[in-house]
Ligand binder design. Structure first.
Ligand code: NDP
Length: 306
């Protein structure tokens, strides 16, 4: 039985894309061109290829011109740096993202450092990271935690004075999430693989963000009654790994029949019995991440013109 209200990421993401569409139309009118997003993919990793295709489709939906660059897997760091240079200089490109993960022989850090901070719509360049740490205004910040903040705002969840626990300390989710909640005056705890008694720390959370990459790890008895639970995790599991709770869900069974896997988060479904608000997987943080990429591209275009 579910007591929590679901935060529908698809609905909020559609609202964000609608706002972006309004802004791109105004931009086109004043600038005589659409905002532009360049997306660079190296190699043919199937998941990355799907993400890139979705990003390009999102651009089309909200009036952003996309420039897709697909490079062979054997591309060197120097060749990729050359392309980043070209795109940094291209006046029709407002946002530039290099799809991660890059093949192992490429120096990812060097590539991210090289992206013009004004075009860094993923918010991974150290200049933007530093500005986020300082809490500066007008910064391009990572899309996933920005999407989570927008979800909290839409649901009138004010982090001020709340205990926020984030499980995961990655550069792309956990750390920027912690900073954004801190800037909004939450009391923030960041957990990771060496945290002792993780369950007990999670039980202190008014706002619990799971960004771990461990299917269904956060259990009902780890969550305080009435907590807001944000599930960033995206894990694909097959029927052989699915617990009974998942096997009881007809939508999951349909997934298994159709594609032999289903997409689950880091949070067990029975957490909905104790949480007040919870994000589903799929249909929660995922669509918000994509929508915020469009919003960041629009912002980058706007700020570059100012
Ligand atoms: P990373 O693998 O980079 O980081 C995972 C973090 O979880 C690390 O800090 C790690 O700790 C911690 N961790 C791993 N296992 C445990 C454990 N047993 N107990 C406590 N902490 C643990 O992952 P990302 O941050 O990139 O992604 C996290 C999840 O979010 C993934 O499922 C990913 O697919 C998903 N994701 C979803 C997005 C969306 O749009 N919905 C966007 C981005 C990611 P340590 O640092 O000690 O190793």
């Amino acid at each position: 039985m579910s007591g929590a209200k679901l935060i529908d990421g698809n609905v909020i993401a559609a609202k964000v894309l609608e706002e972006v569409s309004v802004d791109t139309a105004k931009f086109r009118k004043s600038q005589g061109r659409s905002p532009g997003l360049a997306v660079v993919l190296v190699g043919e990793d199937p998941a990355s290829s799907v993400y890139v295709r979705m990003k390009i489709r999102d651009c089309g939906k909200c009036g952003i011109e996309s420039f897709s660059h697909k490079l062979p897997v054997e591309t060197t760091t120097e060749e990729l740096l050359d392309l980043v240079d070209t795109l940094n200089r291209d006046q029709n490109v407002d946002g530039l993202l290099v799809q991660l993960p890059l093949p192992g022989h490429i120096n990812t850090r060097m590539i991210l450092d090289h992206i013009d901070p004004a075009k860094d719509v993923d918010g991974f360049n150290p200049k933007n990271v530093g500005k986020l740490v300082r809490g500066d205004e007008g910064v391009l910040v990572p899309c996933t935690p920005a999407g989570v903040m927008r979800m909290l705002d839409e649901e009138d969840v004010d982090p001020r004075g709340k205990n926020a626990v984030i499980v995961g300390r990655s550069d792309i989710v956990g750390k920027p999430m912690a900073l954004m909640l801190l800037h909004r005056h939450a009391t923030v705890t960041i957990c990771h693989s060496r945290t002792q008694d993780l369950a007990q720390v999670c039980r202190t959370a008014d706002i619990l963000v799971a960004a771990v990459g461990q299917p269904l790890m956060i259990r009902k008895d780890w969550v305080r009654e009435g907590a807001v639970v944000i599930d960033v995790g995206m894990n694909s599991i097959g029927p052989e790994d699915a617990p009974q709770l998942i096997l009881n869900d007809p939508a999951r069974v349909a997934d298994f029949e159709k594609k032999n896997y289903t997409l689950v988060g880091d949070v067990s479904p029975d957490v909905a019995e104790v949480a007040s608000l919870i994000t589903p997987v799929p249909g929660g943080v995922g669509p918000m991440t994509r929508a915020l990429l469009m919003a960041n591209t629009m912002k980058a275009a706007q700020w570059r013109k100012e």
